[in-house]
Design a protein around this ligand. Structure first.
Ligand code: PGA
Ligand code: ZN
Length: 402
C-alpha cells in the first residue's frame, strides 16, 4: 500500500500580497503533491473558518506539531478516509481549529500526490476511464464591490464563451477584456482606469453602464469570432445588503424591487449566469426569482450555498436557484466538495467551479473541473494567477486530443 511519508507546510504570497498557505505531501518518499489555498474578499458568512482565531502563523505551527504526525502513514489513495482524518484532527464542525485553508491545501495536495504515485494526471485519475468534457470559461471583465476601490456596486460583470474548444473560448474572453479596455478609454478619456483584484476593469461608472459596456464588447467579440457568447453577473448582493435594503450607492431597493430590477437586466441583456442576486440568507427570495427567470438564466448560489451540502439541499427543497458555485476552500476538503457536486448533479443543478479574488499560481481547480465534469469555470480573464488555470486547461485539452 502507498503511504504518506512526510508533509510540509509553508507561508506563501497571494495575488493581493497577503499570506496564504501551501502544503506539500510526499508519498513513499518520492511522489510529491503540492497545493495552495486562495482567499476571498467577499466571503460568505457560512463558509468554514479559513484560519484559527490565533491566525495563520499559529495555524502553521499547530499543523506541524499536531497534524503532520497524525497524517504520516495514511493511505493517499483513500481520499475519503484521509479527509475524515482531517475532520477528526480538527474536531470542530467548521475547521475553526485547524483552519479551512490549511485543510483544503492538505486535502488537495494528497489528491495530487496520489495521482502522481499512480502515474496519472489528477483529472484523469478522477475521471477513471470516462470521457473528458471541457468546461466553458466565465471571465471577469468589469468589477467593483469588495474587489476594487470605488468600482461598481455589483461585484463582477463577466463574459461566458461557448467555443468549440476551451482554448478558443478562453482566448475569446481575452478579446472581450481588451475591447472593454478600448471602450473605457474612449468613454473616460481624461481619467485613469485600472484593474481590480481579479484583473477586471475598474472605472467610475454605474452598474447599468457596466453591463451595457460588457454587452457591447461581447457582441463585438462574438461577431468577430463567430462564437456564441453571453454576459454573466455576480452581484455578491450580501455585500451591499443592510437593514432589508439593497444599497446602490444611496439608491435603496427593497427585496421585491431588487427582484424586479434584476429580472429586467437578465431579460434585456440575455444574461447567461446570474450569481448571488440576493442576500445569502434569503432562500425565499432566491426561490421567487428562480420561478420568475430560472428558465432563461442559470441562477447560481455562491454565498447562499458556500459549497455546503446541507445548504444546497435546503435550496433544492425550496427551489432556490438552479445552479451552484463550487469553491473548494469554502468547505475545507475535497471529499466534502465532491459530495456537494454529486448532490448538484443528482438534481440537475448547473455548476460553476471558481477561483477566489485572492489567488495563487495553483491550478488544481482546472483538474477538478474536468475530473468532475463541471460545466463552467470562473477564473478571471487575464493575470498570471488566473491564466494559470486557463493554461492548465489548455494543456489538459491537448492531452485529451492526443
Ligand atoms: P471572493 O468572492 O472575493 O470571496 O473570492 C468571489 C465571488 O464572490 O465569487
Ligand atoms: Zn460570488
Amino acid at each position: 500500500m502507498a503511504k504518506i511519508s512526510s508533509a510540509k507546510i509553508r507561508k506563501i504570497i497571494d495575488s493581493r500580497g497577503n499570506a496564504t498557505v501551501e502544503v506539500d505531501i510526499f508519498v513513499d518518499g518520492k511522489y510529491m503533491g503540492r497545493a495552495a489555498a486562495p482567499a476571498g474578499a467577499s466571503k460568505g458568512a457560512f463558509e468554514v473558518k479559513d484560519y484559527p482565531e490565533e491566525g495563520i502563523d499559529f495555524g502553521i505551527m499547530q499543523f506541524r506539531s499536531v497534524a503532520i504526525p497524525k497524517i504520516v502513514g495514511s493511505d493517499p489513495l483513500d481520499q475519503k478516509g484521509f479527509d475524515k482524518l482531517l475532520h477528526e484532527i480538527d474536531g470542530s464542525d467548521d475547521f475553526a481549529v485547524m483552519g479551512g485553508n490549511i485543510a483544503i491545501a492538505t486535502s488537495l495536495a494528497v489528491a495530487k500526490a496520489a495521482a502522481k504515485s499512480e502515474g496519472m494526471e489528477l483529472y484523469r485519475m478522477m475521471l477513471k476511464k470516462g470521457k473528458a468534457k471541457m468546461p466553458y470559461p466565465v471571465g471577469n471583465i468589469i468589477g467593483g464591490g469588495k474587489h476594487a476601490i470605488n468600482g461598481t456596486t455589483m461585484q463582477e460583470f463577466l463574459s461566458v464563451a461557448f467555443g468549440k474548444t476551451y482554448s478558443d473560448s478562453a482566448f475569446a474572453n481575452t478579446i472581450v477584456h481588451k475591447r472593454t479596455g478600448e471602450l473605457l478609454k474612449k468613454r473616460f478619456s481624461d481619467y485613469p482606469i485600472g484593474l481590480g483584484d481579479e484583473k477586471a476593469w475598474v472605472a467610475a461608472m454605474g452598474d447599468m453602464e457596466a453591463v451595457q459596456t460588457l454587452s457591447d464588447a461581447i457582441s463585438y467579440t462574438s461577431e468577430k469570432t463567430g462564437m456564441a457568447m453571453g454576459p454573466a453577473i455576480d452581484l455578491a448582493a450580501s455585500s451591499f445588503y443592510a437593514d432589508g435594503m439593497y444599497d446602490y450607492k444611496g439608491r435603496k431597493l427593497t427585496t421585491p424591487e431588487q427582484i424586479e430590477f434584476i429580472s429586467g437586466i437578465v431579460e434585456k441583456f440575455s444574461v447567461k449566469i446570474l450569481e448571488d442576486p440576493l442576500d445569502e440568507n434569503d432562500f425565499e427570495g432566491f426561490a421567487e426569482l428562480t420561478k420568475r427567470i430560472g428558465k432563461k438564466t442559470i441562477i447560481v448560489g455562491d454565498d447562499l450555498f458556500v459549497t455546503n451540502k446541507k445548504r444546497l439541499s435546503q435550496g433544492i427543497k425550496m427551489g432556490a436557484a438552479n445552479g451552484v458555485l463550487i469553491k473548494p476552500n469554502q468547505i475545507g476538503t475535497l471529499s466534502d466538495m465532491i459530495e456537494t457536486v454529486e448532490l448538484a448533479k443528482k438534481h440537475n443543478y448547473e455548476m460553476v467551479i471558481s477561483h477566489r479574488s485572492g489567488e495563487t499560481e495553483d491550478s488544481t481547480i482546472a483538474h477538478l473541473a474536468v475530473g468532475l465534469g463541471i460545466g463552467y469555470i470562473k477564473t478571471g480573464t487575464i493575470g498570471g494567477e488566473r491564466t494559470a488555470k486557463h493554461n492548465e486547461l489548455i494543456r489538459i485539452e491537448e492531452m485529451e486530443r492526443a
